[in-house]
Write a protein that binds this ligand. Structure first.
Ligand code: HEC
Ligand code: HEC
Length: 322
């Protein structure tokens, strides 16, 4: 951070803290010229405002907060470039350069670890790796068919799921619009253990171009949607659906299949079950046809590593295979 911004932040922070202190002091004094407990002369619907002081416990709490903030700012980094009395850091960036050594390679990291120069966060990560690394190695060496019977492993997988997957698939893994439900037996890309692991390792990218990339007119959307509703067993207008079937034969089947039960190689959903990735209303079906869809499932191979993916795959499988 440049000196200017460092000073800017420091001065601003201290002014705000001092401001809190002075406002609090001012509000604690009786400078109204009215005796304590006497009426301020305001009355609202017969309720009288009295000149009562701030409760002592309340103002003391604020004084304590102010003192705490000053001690905290002295001990830890927070004021611009000031490093704090302990030299605590959350990352290795500054540690490395501080001592003229940059931690920018695996070897440098090992050296820093050996010399105990790691920041708190990295120390904790290194500690966790030492402790849990062998456990994950053992899990990875266990075939998935075995791992799904290991309650302890499934628990670990469940925790990893909450940390990494729940933001998209929901903490109960039931998904939401655009994010598939992982607890049912309906799979875009297959529900065998190896399918799930492949999905997690490499990610998936379901791609339906606008209008399926087919020569389809806007006037055909309604019929197509009606036909899709019919396929899934919904109530429909038979004549309109018949029109739609004609449009479907222009090429929707190329991805969704002749019988419209989907294609797991490209993640084209089964249109005959009543399970929807983007919603069952005619509105959302037309939206899919008109604009296409492109759901992206990130690849986890490089983010989590195969050991963790292996355990999560077992957990995901267990959700629909009790
Ligand atoms: C950024 C959002 C996001 C995150 C995070 C995410 N996913 Fe996904 N996932 C998706 C989307 C979107 C799809 C559907 C892809 C498609 O439409 O083709 C998907 C698909 C899947 C599928 C395939 C489902 C099927 O029916 O075949 C599985 C399994 C899965 N995710 C598991 C996971 C797991 C386990 C994690 C955590 C390691 C995770 N996902 C994290 C968005 C996410
Ligand atoms: C190039 C292959 C391809 C073609 C052609 C195609 N689709 Fe799709 N369709 C997909 C894929 C892949 C998805 C899933 C997109 C995603 O995962 O984000 C999808 C999704 C859908 C959905 C959403 C299903 C749900 O569960 O919410 C509907 C409806 C649909 N397609 C209907 C059609 C119709 C009607 C046509 C013909 C006009 C068509 N598709 C042509 C590949 C295709």
């Amino acid at each position: 951070m440049s000196n200017f911004w460092s000073i800017w932040i420091t001065v601003l922070t201290l002014i705000v803290i001092a401001g809190c202190f002075f406002i609090l002091r001012k509000m604690s004094q009786n400078n109204t010229g009215i005796e304590e407990g006497e009426s301020m002369g305001h009355s609202f619907d017969g309720i009288e405002e009295l000149n009562n002081p701030l409760p002592k416990w309340w103002s003391y709490m604020y004084y304590i907060t102010i003192v705490f903030s000053l001690i905290y700012l002295a001990m830890y980094p927070g004021l611009g470039n000031y490093k704090g009395l302990f030299g605590w850091t959350s990352s290795n960036q500054s540690i490395g350069t501080d001592q003229g050594i940059k931690i920018d390679s695996a070897a440098a990291l090992e050296a820093a670890k050996a010399e105990n120069r790691l920041s708190q966060y990295d120390r904790e990560v290194a500690h966790a790796d030492d402790k849990y690394g062998p456990i994950f190695d053992a899990y990875l060496a266990t075939p998935l068919e075995e791992l799904v019977k290991n309650k302890e492993a499934l628990k670990v997988g469940g925790r990893l799921f909450l940390q990494n997957c729940a933001q998209c698939h929901g903490s109960d893994a039931r998904g939401s619009k655009g994010f598939p439900n992982l607890t049912d037996k309906d799979w875009l890309y297959g529900g065998e253990l190896t399918d799930i692991k492949t999905t997690l390792m490499n990610g998936r990218n379901g791609m339906m171009p606008p209008k399926g990339g087919l020569p389809i007119e806007e006037s055909e959307f309604k019929g197509l949607a009606e036909y899709v509703v019919k396929l899934s067993g919904g109530e429909h207008d038979a004549a309109l659906a018949a029109q739609g079937q004609g449009s479907f034969m222009k090429g929707c089947f190329a991805c969704h299949g002749m019988d419209a039960t989907g294609n797991k190689f490209m993640g084209a959903p089964n249109l005959t079950d009543d399970i929807w990735l983007y919603g069952s209303s005619r509105g959302s079906i037309i939206e899919t046809i008109q604009y296409g869809r492109a759901g992206v499932m990130p690849a986890w191979k490089d983010i989590l590593g195969e050991e963790k993916v292996h355990v999560i795959a077992a957990y995901v499988y267990s959700l629909s295979n009790k």
